[in-house]
Design a binder for this molecule. Structure first.
Ligand code: GTP
Ligand code: MG
Length: 425
């Protein structure tokens, strides 16, 4: 029922877009404005329906036949892509874990985990079944694949370099309004609330109990105005809220903020099979943003892929140094901004939750220190390959501090002295 409604709404949107285009040609500003408000409203409606579609049906426990594997290591990377692009071959190459690879589609039918040992850290790599257009609506095992990729720290979108359209094909595709594999996958992931290589919109939004809607902006807005914002909020049945635009955001950004369940993830586009394309095409692919070109068969550029992955994950290795001893450089504590943070306090919590209350200060050597060693507090932000020595508070001592400290065991006050027994006469 909801699905038919969604399709109907999408049809309305495309119809409206065509009309909008005609009106643009006719230069009728009044209608353009009218259409913009309606498009905004319809976008909000579709986003609302999509969220409803993704929610598990009422009364169900929510547990489905997913193929979630236990988290292991310091980070998790998911391999997603169309079937037969070489995901399993890549997993076998990078981790040594065997995953069946064959020239027919849908060779992999479940999630296969492997471990990459890189820079003294362990990174879990997940090989997933291939996904196809319509995965977000449940085609194939699309839903489960997307759910697993949502739980990872970054996504590697594996693409077949030989299927990348050339310049002429691109023009034809533009004319026919068809999309390449990369656009299709991005659209599928966006449909379930995953935003790739984007940062959260700079919009402050807070629901309130009373007071109506307060709309403000710190920059001039070109995509959204007060009326459109009110209409979108009305669509969500929100009548009391505070909205502050800190950037020139679009209607989609506003909807994302209102929905509040979007996940912003980093994605590397991995073009595999460059051994079967010409050098000009490889050069063109390699120059695209967030892209790495590789060949699993010839083991080309895999080290660059690992380095890029490490860079994007932003892992911070911290070595602890016991007092009077050398640090152990083989066993780092791995922190990251996405998993708890990278401050001294996070480092202490990583060792044990009870340590923080006993810390007096820490000594830091490395990139984050201004001089060696730097005395730092709990809020100090650590950087990769820092060495940290924790200095604990001493047990509370009696008898004053510094030069007032008394070393004798004699009572400090006369009144505390033990009274001698009176002399016997
Ligand atoms: N030429 C070439 N072929 C490759 C390369 N990497 C993988 N292949 C071939 O591509 C085919 C598919 O590889 P798989 O690793 O099974 O692909 P997949 O993405 O895991 O496929 P599904 O599990 O079906 O989703 C196999 O026949 C591989 O030998 C490469 O770098 N170059
Ligand atoms: Mg496979």
């Amino acid at each position: 029922m909801a699905r038919t409604r969604k399709i109907r709404l999408q049809n309305i949107i495309s119809l409206l877009s065509i009309r909008l285009f005609t009106w643009l040609n006719e230069d009728s500003c009044h209608f353009i404005e009218f259409a913009e408000y309606h498009l905004g409203q319809l976008k909000a409606k579709i986003a609302k329906l999509r969220t409803q579609l993704l929610e598990p049906p009422k009364g169900s426990s929510g547990a489905g036949e997913g193929f979630e594997v236990t988290k292991y290591g310091h980070g998790r990377v998911a391999l997603i892509g169309f079937p037969s692009v070489g995901k399993s071959t890549l997993l076998t190459m990078l981790t040594g874990t065997h995953s069946e690879a064959a020239s027919y589609e849908f060779t992999t039918l479940t999630c296969i985990p492997g471990i990459i040992h890189y820079n003294d850290a362990k990174i879990q790599l997940l090989d997933l079944p291939g996904i196809i257009e319509g995965a977000s609506e449940g085609k194939g095992r699309g839903r489960q694949v997307i759910a697993v990729s949502k739980s990872s720290d970054i996504v590697l979108m594996v693409l077949d370099a030989s299927k990348f359209p050339c310049f002429v094909c691109k023009l034809i595709m533009q004319y026919l309004q068809s999309e390449g594999h990369r656009q299709i996958l991005t659209r599928e992931l966006e449909a379930v609330g995953l935003r790739l290589n984007k940062r959260p919109p700079q919009i402050y939004f807070k629901k309130k109990k009373t007071g109506g809607i307060s709309f403000n902006s710190t920059v001039p807005l070109t995509h959204v105005d007060e009326k459109l914002c009110y209409q979108i909020l009305h669509e969500y049945k929100i009548h009391n809220a505070e909205v502050l635009f800190r950037e020139d955001a679009t209607v989609d950004d506003l909807i994302d903020v209102i929905e509040g369940n979007r996940k912003y993830m980093k994605c590397i586009y991995v073009y595999n099979k460059i051994d079967v394309v010409g050098i000009d095409d490889v050069d063109r692919l390699a120059r695209q943003p967030n892209s790495v070109v590789i060949s699993c068969n010839l083991k080309l550029n895999l080290d660059r892929l690992l380095a890029r992955m490490w860079e994007e994950m932003g892992l911070v290795r911290v070595y602890s140094k016991p007092q009077g001893q050398q640090p152990d450089f083989t066993d780092p504590f791995v922190l990251s901004a996405d998993r708890g943070g990278c401050t001294v306090e996070d480092f202490c919590n990583h060792i044990h939750k009870s340590i923080v209350k006993d810390v007096k200060y820490v000594l830091v050597w490395g990139a984050s220190a201004r001089h060696y060693p730097q005395h730092c507090g709990l809020g100090h932000l650590l950087q990769d390959e820092d060495v940290v020595q924790i200095v604990k508070k001493k047990e509370k001592e009696d008898g004053g501090r510094g030069r007032f400290k008394s070393h004798s065991t004699a009572p400090a006050r006369i009144s505390d002295r033990e009274k001698k027994a009176p002399l016997k006469t």
